[in-house]
Design a protein around this ligand. Sequence first.
Ligand code: NAP
Length: 479
Amino acid sequence: MTTRVAGSKMLLAGDWVDRDNKIEVRNPENNEWIDSVPAASGSDVQRAISLAKEGAEIAAEMSVSERMKVLKNAADYIEKHLEEYARTIALESSKTIKEARKEAGRAADVLRLSAEEARRLTGESINFDQVAGNEDRMGYYFRFPVGIIAAITPFNDPLNLVAHKLGPAVAAGNAIIIKPATETPLSALKLAEAFVEAGLPKKILTVITGRGRDIGDLLIKSKDIQMISFTGGLETGEKISNNAGLKKLSMELGSNSPSIVLEDADLSLAVDATVSGAFGVAGQNCLGVQRLFIEESVYEEFKSKFLAKVQSLKMGNKFSEETDMGPLINEKEAKRVESWVVEAVDLGAKILSGGYRDGAFYAPTVLENTPENATIVNEEVFGPVVMLFPVSGLNEAISRSNNVNFGLQAGIFTENIHAALKAAKRLHVGGVMINDSSDFRIDAMPFGGVKGSGLGREGVKYAIKEMSEERIVCFKISE
Ligand code: NAP
């Protein structure tokens, strides 16, 4: 059984609208048509921006208690229809139904967290009299909304990554225009439905469906937009940064994350966590484990346990409760991943498991002896491929982990507190997970990367900070 989300319209400043020009949404597993959404035009974008200017004023006037109420109502709505949300995610994206249920639950949590954090949107008093001559002054700062946020989101977490922008934007009192990935617009539209049902005043929210290459620049270059909150690939992130001009930017980009296994590690724990981290969402996860550095003395033992676990993964129908791994987002992406593996093998890598494709499915693949100049060592594969590298010890593991243009998160498995602390200090990333893989996140922690992995931090409280600004109020007191 499949969920059909029929006749989807886009939400333009609070009104559901249709357009003759359509984009078809297809199930990556079998290329079956699921639904069609409007292909927004330039004039739709301009209309969305012009109405969002009014929306920004309405949003800023909403009291914190009103914002909290809308956010909690939207979370309740998702929880009430959780299975429908999960089925929409599983239908249009790569996720299995088990993965999709987790994402839908997390999205509701993110909205609840946003409501809670709205309560804590506070400033502090300032001692102006610390500078002589200002003894007659007192004051404080408070946080005010930035105005209109353009949010551009990727396909791999089509609901929760949109919630990570919409929840904080509403909590901070902004208007927001969301452009979801063209492959997966239905989950974002369903999120908008939750906010409409929750009573969000019109004009605050737009979810515009259209191709980034057609309508992106109009959003990005608009002087009426104060902030761009982007999650996606490095190449698109750089293009957006170059075109944005003077506005706030939040860039949540990709990585080719390392995890390190030292000889004193609990190998069963390390195997379970790194297999799940490498092959969840068919490897299409910004935190996915791509490079595994294993101390030589335990390399062979780790490798044989790792391969046994990988070979037990079930790839197939996303809606089966037995399936561990679904397809890639489309056949083109599966072919790209395949070509990177072929290149690595041509350069000397050995395939230990997988290495074959069937339509949009690419088998969970493990490589060893991959040379440093292979594309797959240096770039983000965003597919179900992991490389094993034996290393002489922690120093080599850290320096090879850092030797790329990415730095989102890293994992290290060890019982040695000194090794763990050294890794935490020396790994150039936004987060170090000790006794877990790079692929660990809760929605309330600061999340983001360094180097080509991005700018700024998400994680509800931190996104709210990025989506608001300090305003000083200073009183000069007369006798
Ligand atoms: P992508 O190709 O960069 O696309 C992301 C979004 O940007 C889509 O909505 C896309 O629209 C839009 N876009 C493309 N070209 C644009 C342009 N010229 N102007 C404005 N918008 C444009 O990324 P993806 O393939 O969807 O997602 C995978 C990437 O996201 C990976 O690199 C992954 O690591 C990263 N990611 C990062 C995080 C994080 O939190 N750090 C989380 C998840 C994913 P169209 O779909 O219409 O092209």
